[in-house]
Write a protein that binds this ligand. Structure first.
Ligand SMILES: [Zn+2]
Length: 189
């Protein structure tokens, strides 16, 4: 496997194809992937090894950061997949995913507004529910899935889970609502 910066060949022999660049007459990889030489066209290119949605299966669990929250949708960037569901990936390409409000259930109850479940910047554990060319859909149902780390909406400090199972900001002395995952405390990030 090639990683960005690896020398792939001399520019005198091969032209730089997709996923490559030239530097001092040497063709180098700009992506992580396998070297692909086209002898007829005399080009070298890189086939990306972590192409979005290619290595991912429905049912895989993943960790993501929430990028935006609307009333009925949340958008996120997946940065890791759980080991037992296909192995930890080194993410040169992160995957973007969408979660709909119908995919969020807490204690058997559907949420009315996505902001009751997640907020921007939260780290969540989700499950891949659908893979399409356009992207990945995820859900957050059951006690294992949900927010694993949340930050205060006011001061951005990490929220701690208190005895009443509520997320508390020690700085602002207030609680916030989320759809909390059972692994909230265990996960150290
Ligand atoms: Zn705070």
């Amino acid at each position: 496997m090639e990683t960005p910066g690896n020398a792939l060949g001399e520019e005198i022999e091969f032209a730089a194809g997709k996923g490559t660049y030239t530097e001092n007459e040497v063709v180098r990889a700009s992506l992580c992937g396998s070297k692909d030489i086209d002898e007829k066209k005399r080009t070298i290119s890189i086939k990306p090894c972590f192409a979005t949605a290619e290595n991912i299966k429905v049912g895989q669990r993943a960790y993501a950061v929430i990028d935006s929250v609307g009333e009925t949708h949340a958008m996120m960037t997946i940065f890791d997949y759980e080991k037992e569901h296909g192995g930890k990936r080194v993410n040169f390409v992160s995957d973007f995913a969408m979660m709909r409000i119908e995919g969020v259930k807490s204690f058997g109850v559907f949420m009315k507004n996505m902001s009751e479940a997640v907020r921007v910047g939260d780290i969540v554990k989700v499950e891949v529910s659908k893979i399409e060319r356009g992207g990945i859909d995820v859900i957050m149902k059951g006690k294992e899935l949900g927010v694993v780390k949340a930050f205060c909406s006011s001061c951005r400090r990490p929220l701690v889970l208190n005895k009443d199972n509520k997320l508390f900001c020690q700085n602002c002395n207030r609680t916030e609502a989320r759809k909390i995952a059972s692994s909230y405390i265990e996960v150290m990030l």
